[in-house]
Structure formats: C-alpha cells, structure tokens
Design a protein around this ligand. Sequence first.
Ligand code: PMV
Length: 328
Amino acid sequence: MKKVNIDLCSWPNIALIKYWGKKSGQTPLNPSLSVNLNRAQTRFTGQISVHDQKKAQLRLNQFEDKLQKKLDEFSLQHSWVNQLLLELQSENNFPHSCGIASSASSMSAFAKVLAFSYQSFFDERPSMEQISSWARFFSGSACRSIEKGWFLWGQTELHANTSDFYSVKIDQIHPSFSQLCDTILIFDDSVKQLSSTEGHQLMENHPQKNQRRQRANERLEQLLKALAEGQTEKFCHLVEAEALDLHFLMMTGLRPYSLLSGLSLEMIKSMWKFREEQNLFITFTIDAGPNLHLIYPLKNQNMIQRWLADHPLKDSFTCFEDTLGEKF
Ligand code: PMV
C-alpha cells in the first residue's frame, strides 16, 4: 500500500480589513485583506495512505473529532478524500489564544496536506485557487494563508480576478510596507467568551450589517491605494478604524458583547500619545480578542522596543515578536 510522508507548514495571517459575517456557503459578507506572519507557524507531520474504507479517516493528536466532522462535510463535495487514511500530528509554535488566529494557520496547513495527498495519489496538482478554496471550507480566514504576501478574499470590483471562494495576491505594495514588524501584546491568553463562528452568526441580524459592508468596501479601496502609493499615515488610520469597527460591531449587535479589556484600551491611548510625540510610523490592529498587534517598520524597532520595555503597563502583558509579509 502506497504511503506518503507529510511535513508541511503554514502560517497565520492578520487581517487589516476584517472578515466579519458570512453569506451562504462560507463566503464573506465583505472583502477582507490580510498579510502573513512569518515566525508563527503550524506544522503537520505524519503519513497518508489510501485505504479501502468508504470514509476518510483522520488520526490527529489534537482536535481530531472536530476536524473529522469537517472532513466528512468536505467529502460530500470531494469524494476522493474518502479513500484517505490520514495519520497526523499538528503543532503550533505560538501560544494558543494569543491574538493570532490559529485556525487560519492550522486549516491552511491542513488544506496543503490535502493538496499534497491529491497530488501524490491522483497525480494532479491542485491550483492555488483550489487549495485556497479548500482552506476556506475549513476556516474562512485560512484561505488567505496559502502563500506568503498580501491577500484579498471576497468578490470586489476594486481589484482584478477576486472571488468569494478564494483569495488573490495583491502585488502592488510600496516598499514602505515591505519590512513590517508585528509585536503582539498578550494581555489575556484565556479562551474567548465567544468564538468567531458565533461572532459571524451574530452579524446575520446585525442592525449595522449594510453599513458595515459599505464601510469595509470604502476602506478597502483606500487601503489598496495607500499600500500601492506608500501612504503610511493613511494606512495607520484605516487599519485602526477597521480594528475598532470589529469591536464596535460586537458591542452594537442585538446580543452585545465585548472581547476588549481595559488594558487594551489603555495601551491604545498610550500608543497614540507616543506616536504623536515621536512622529513615528506605528499602528495597531486587534482580532477577535483583547490582544494588540503593534505594527511598525523595522527601522523603528529599537525605539519601540525601548518604549515597551519601560512602559508602565509592562507587567500586564507578554510579547510575541513576529514580522509581516513575504520579503522578511
Ligand atoms: O476564519 P474565522 O472564521 O476564524 O474568522 C476570522 C475573523 C477575524 O479573525 C476576526 C477577522 C479576519 O478577517 O481574519
């Protein structure tokens, strides 16, 4: 029986225009735009073989039941996976619930495992669009983590060849954004009160649903221009407005909730003051949690690290240091 060895990695991405809310079939309410992290990774190792059962069978060291369930759903459209026995281990090198979307890195890694199996057993190489679409099935934001770089997911007239089913690469990125650092301040690493799945669901009847879609589209248009032309101040403004919009949407739904902490807000205010005093390129974004991604160019790294080391809140957070984009 043919067996293939697996040793594959993928990485998380951080959304600067956020995907929040779905249309049918795991397609997004609005287009989103993200960039990859480099140091944080998920690695899948193990073996895959073809078996004569009628159902895909997964053996995994963690989240086996959850992923097997998703794989069973996936097999309804992709019957070829039923021939596979997947004996795998997965491992993240970054802390769980730290503000880095582990589902994007693990589910994009899993889609790469499926793509490798497809190629090994059926002699056909799936396209990048296919792999992205498979990743989207397992977790929406994972479709933006198939390759490194800046990726746009969601059909829009603002860019050529976009789709609700897979992400496309944005190539027009000004050198001002080619060496960005991402220092993640972890205030709280406990599991969130409300999962992203529940958050997306709450957008279905959200009173701001249409306005949200419009705001995201307007910001996307401006962000694409800022990225292409090197408008760093505009970039900072848009990225922050999007992060705060995500949390505003959580607080203004029919079932309001908040994942922010007082410390996240303290730190945001402190960063604004520091930026104004020093006249530096630094901004923040936040995903569905309290932890803050501080984003700034490599040339400002020493100054920002010194500011953090002396910060009055320094005992309230731990840092995970990463970089963004493919050129790092
Ligand atoms: O891919 P999901 O279902 O875990 O949703 C991700 C949602 C955000 O991380 C908050 C935003 C995004 O676009 O990544």
